[in-house]
Write a protein of this length. Structure first.
Length: 331
């Protein structure tokens, strides 16, 4: 393990069985603070490595400007666009674990807001718990990416030749990725189910409002792209946040529904209750077969879920001969 601040570098021996990885503090720590934080992070890595393969961990970047750190990350291959933090009406992203390439080897880099590093040193037990869990969750992505790479060599970072599947997977893939990471990290903070559930409810309401607004506008100005973006992006966000909820609840053997019935009521109002339960079954099935998938197309079952959700809004996405995707919109 290597620790770096903006000015100084210190060396430390990695835990047995783990590769060399670095911990960078970007404009957010002096050497004394870095030397206190790094062993705590290393301890979390060591604990997660007891049941997750973390051999492709490239390292951590804790940054005062998280969004800038993401955008500036050298991914080692010709990425089509810079990484950007999640921005939703109901919350913003503060951690991400993108795949990168180093010397021809696919690895995963954990990029986090500096708050998490300092929470490890703070007096608040709740803040420390959140920080430990979030670091563990991001390490879940590291393990997840390696499991896929070992089970299905050569598929990571490669374009999907099927244009229809590629468009849908761009929006559906976060569901399984977040499910896996959430399920593995759930025992480190068992208090998050309600928060994840509230986020799903917010995402559902946001998607419903944006899709209905886009369809209404379509009948006046024919802006098809606006409808397609609302359907794929916003329903994809619902699937992503559902992945957090499903994975966390399954990881601690809790139900996804609240006793007050708020989630069920929201789903029933939108006509998505059966779809939501089916999505849970599909993504948990992918987890149960982890490492034993027959083909990368196994993950496209979540593409089907995205198409199914769109159809509830009478937006039908289908294959076509002359274009990757044909979209029919009905009132």
């Amino acid at each position: 393990m290597t620790e770096q601040t903006e000015q100084e570098t210190a060396e430390a021996k990695p835990s047995s069985g783990l590769p060399e990885y670095e911990i960078i503090f970007k404009d957010c720590a002096d050497q004394e603070s870095a030397d206190r934080i790094a062993p705590i992070v290393s301890g979390i890595v060591k604990g997660m490595a007891e049941f997750l393969p973390l051999g492709r961990l490239d390292g951590f970047t804790f940054a005062n400007d998280y969004a800038a750190a993401l955008a500036e990350l050298d991914r080692g291959f010709g990425a089509t666009s810079a990484l950007a933090a999640t921005q939703e009406d109901f919350g913003v992203g503060v951690a991400m674990s993108p795949t990168i390439m180093r010397d021809g080897v696919i690895k995963t880099r954990v990029v986090m807001d500096a708050w998490f590093a300092y929470a490890l040193l703070g007096d608040s037990e709740d803040d420390r718990s959140v920080a430990v869990h979030t670091i563990a969750h991001e390490l879940g992505h590291v393990g997840c990416h390696l499991i896929v790479e070992e089970a299905l060599p050569g598929v990571m970072l490669q374009p999907i030749p099927d244009g229809f599947a590629s468009i849908l997977y761009r929006h559906s893939s976060a569901c399984w990725d977040e499910y896996f990471a959430s399920r593995w990290s759930a025992p480190l903070n068992r208090k998050l189910t309600a928060g994840y559930r509230d986020t799903v409810i917010s995402a559902l309401k946001q998607a419903d409002g944006r899709i209905r607004a886009a369809k209404s506008r379509f009948w006046h100005d024919g802006d098809l792209e606006l409808v397609v973006d609302a359907v794929l992006s916003d329903l994809g966000s619902v699937m992503k946040f559902a992945g957090y909820l499903y994975g966390h609840a399954d990881g601690i053997n809790e139900g996804v529904y609240d006793d007050e019935g708020q989630l069920a009521e929201t789903l029933d109002e939108l006509g998505l209750r059966d779809w939501f339960d089916d999505l849970h079954e599909r993504v948990s099935g992918l987890f149960e077969r982890a490492g034993n998938w027959e083909d990368f197309s196994d993950f496209f079952v979540l593409n089907d879920s995205l198409v199914d959700a769109a159809s509830v809004y009478k937006v039908v996405c289908r294959r076509a001969v002359d274009t990757p995707m044909w979209v029919d919109i009905f009132e």
